[in-house]
Design a protein around this ligand. Structure first.
Ligand code: ATP
Ligand code: MG
Length: 357
């Protein structure tokens, strides 16, 4: 039976992302890794009833009848629908902790570096509604650096680029502090949107997000050569006739669609590098930078970025989990009675940092 000690020390790490939500339970590992999507049946008064979350809800996107709303409650790294976010997080946490008897727990939650006070309160509110007692917010780039075991406390350049669904976050850390950082809303979702727009323009075909993403996964390439010409069949609705249509697109089509977004990511990295002192720039050449988040899986993005900014990109074995593993590492440094709910990430990071490094 779980005793008082277990009750007090039950700990979760959460990466509440625009595209995916991941949960780590201390001593168990990653227990949830699912799309950040929730489906609500509006037929139930007063606020509707959650009918699905994660993969199940994601499979309903673009296909649900009118009385079911399929919601992505996180956009561009921020909670845009607090009720839906609370419902989704509660369900995920419930699923993750179904074997435990207690309703309260402590959590480290990874959030975007530039999160506003209002947004951080929304995250806290969602976690509290799901049963969290003590909550620490941890900057995503810092979590990624911890997850990849970068020497952030040393006087050297530790650089991270986290390309997720909603945001690209870039930060340079040294001596346990962030020296320069930048967040842009150009990431995986914008690439999907660009592919949809391109296909509509070029082929007169309306396609859904899932087909755009499928194209990006299978034939996307950030640095295609003339002999890179993989193809994929894409299905959608003809704009003019309104009837279903199938077309074939290739690597160069996807490149043309997403090159603007890739360029914007290059510019974000450059703008951060321009801000750091020359000693750290010199370091960066040897040490490289951590390229993480789902966007790191775009074929040849590491090659392109390394060439464009002159620093080698290092992609971890599982770039989708780096942030969560960093937040999970921070769990070990929490003591049961030492922390309170913290609305400012920098303060949270400060609290956790000394014990970690
Ligand atoms: N093989 C791949 N090629 C290209 N993009 C990919 C690949 N695999 C995943 N992605 C993209 O990565 C993104 C999801 O990454 P991730 O889970 O890190 O985002 P997130 O943490 O939910 O978002 P954010 O950090 O912006 O809030 C999606 O846009 C997805 O399309
Ligand atoms: Mg993320």
């Amino acid at each position: 039976m779980l005793g008082f000690k277990n009750f007090m020390s039950e700990r979760l790490a959460i990466d509440l992302g625009t595209a995916n939500t991941r949960l780590y339970v201390q001593d168990e590992g990653i227990v949830i890794d699912e799309p950040s999507v929730v489906a609500v049946d509006l037929g139930f008064e007063p606020a509707g009833r959650v009918v699905a979350v994660g993969f199940e809800a994601s499979s309903m996107l673009g296909k649900a009848p009118e009385h079911i709303r399929v919601i992505r409650p996180v956009r561009y790294g921020a909670i845009t629908d607090i009720d839906a976010a609370c419902a989704m997080l509660s369900r995920f946490i419930h699923n993750a902790r179904s074997r435990t008897r207690f309703s309260r727990f402590q959590a480290v939650i990874a959030v975007p570096a530039g999160i506003s006070q209002i947004e951080s309160h929304a995250v806290i509110e969602a976690a509290e509604a799901a049963g969290a007692g003590r909550i620490h917010l941890l900057e995503g780039t810092l979590a990624a650096a911890l997850g990849a075991e970068l020497p952030i406390a040393e006087p050297v350049c530790s650089m991270v680029a986290d390309i997720g669904g909603g945001t690209t976050e870039v930060a340079v850390m040294s001596l346990s502090g962030i020296v320069a950082s930048r967040t842009t809303r150009v990431a995986g979702d914008q690439m999907n949107m660009a592919i949809k727009n391109y296909i509509r323009r070029r082929f007169d075909l309306l396609i859904g997000d899932s087909w755009a993403e499928r194209a990006k996964f299978s034939v996307g390439n950030a640095c295609p050569q003339s002999n890179d010409n993989a193809t994929i069949e894409i299905r959608g609705r003809d704009v003019t006739s309104g009837i279903p249509k199938v077309i074939l697109i290739d690597t160069h089509d996807v490149w043309e669609a997403i090159s603007g977004q890739v360029d914007a990511i290059v510019q974000t990295l450059r703008s951060v590098l321009e801000e750091i002192p020359p000693e750290l720039s010199a370091d960066a050449i040897d040490r490289g930078f951590l390229l993480t988040g789902g966007g790191a899986l775009l074929k040849n993005l590491d090659l392109l970025l390394s060439t464009q900014i002159g620093i080698p990109a290092i992609v971890p074995a599982d770039p989708l989990s780096t942030v969560l593993l960093g937040a999970a590492g921070a769990l070990d440094c929490m003591t049961d009675f030492s922390s309170h709910i913290i609305a400012g990430c920098s303060r949270a990071a400060r609290n956790i940092r000394p014990a970690l490094v």
